[in-house]
Ligand binder design. Sequence first.
Ligand SMILES: *Cc1c(COP(=O)(O)O)cnc(C)c1O
Length: 403
Amino acid sequence: MTENINASIGTKAVWAGEKEVLVHGATQVPVVVSVAYNYDDMDEWYDVAIGKKQGHIYGRNTNPTVQAFEDKVKILEGAEAATSFSTGMAAISNTLYTFLRPGDRIVSIKDTYGGTNKIFTEFLPNMNVEVALCSTGDHDAIEAEVAKGCKILYLETPTNPTVKITDIKRMAKAGKDVGAIVVVDNTFATPINQNPLELGVDLVLHSATKFLGGHADALGGVVCGPKDLIHQIYHYREINGATLDPWAAYLLLRGMKTLKLRVNQQTKNAQAIAEFLQKQELVDQVFYPGLATHVHHNIAKEQMKGFGGMLSFSLKGGMEAVKVLLPNLQYANRAANLGAVETTYGPARTTSHVECTAEERKAMGIPDGLVRISAGIEDIEDLLADLANAFAILKEIQATPSL
Ligand SMILES: *Cc1c(COP(=O)(O)O)cnc(C)c1O
């Protein structure tokens, strides 16, 4: 029952990947804390060690709880295999370092997650890897760079924090034409709203810390794809050591049971908040792919099942106005996180792009007063009333001449 591939995604989120580790009739996955595994039969130990037989040897390599987490994500993404990491950044860096060698070339976009962008601008050039970063959403420019040849085409869609969209199917084809490995960071969309593997990419990865876990209480990362590629990434990770902890794996696994319920509610709330913000006179711009005004609304509609729980906006008064608005919200964490059940607000300069200078953010098209919102699962009337109240306070303060 657990791996029934005909089940819908919400059912898979609840059941998939768990059966093998349930013991003594337990209905819930155990947290296996053992670092090493005991073998009375020396030949069996050897067979497991060389991968001839299924089993576990040592916690840095594999662990039953961690494996259940990997299996669940793998099934939700419709992948052949998956391997996990201690954080989302470990998933990204280990995937890149597995395949890139000095002299290689990688093509990506300017708007990737701040940490990913640092790998492109700092660490890969140190390794003598050539990095070509294109304007996000400029499909012709990406195709032109890819056509020059590259080992990896790395994409993230929607992006953090201005929720720009890249046409996955079109880019996957461009990558395939030059034999590149096409990678998509699917953290924002989740497998509920977007399935990059179905659209032709090779590898899909997540910061599981965000929507997959959903409760902001565990760090983790995961990458899914064909067995041969995943095995190479697994080998890099088992030796370099960014292994997911079994306690974190358990929390992520438990969070994932409600993935569909949460993401559907977050998607609805994000749409309502975006439409509300659009009507506010103090708001300058609203970025959400579910708005008809979004530049790539039609691409998003084509490749996404829902537009997701992430949006951002800028205020006419810039950062000074943000400093008034955010502290006056009641149902809000003001924190460097996203994807949690609580609605979370954060300026880009202290969250996704804290690693970047103001000039670098400006070059990426991120206004200094940009605020990212990760919609939570609260009842929407409370979130909108909360925002309306904070905007009323902001308006009043702006109308009062300063002493
Ligand atoms: C948070 C995030 C990451 C990094 O994940 P960590 O778990 O914090 O290491 C990567 N990509 C995106 C889109 C993210 O939001």
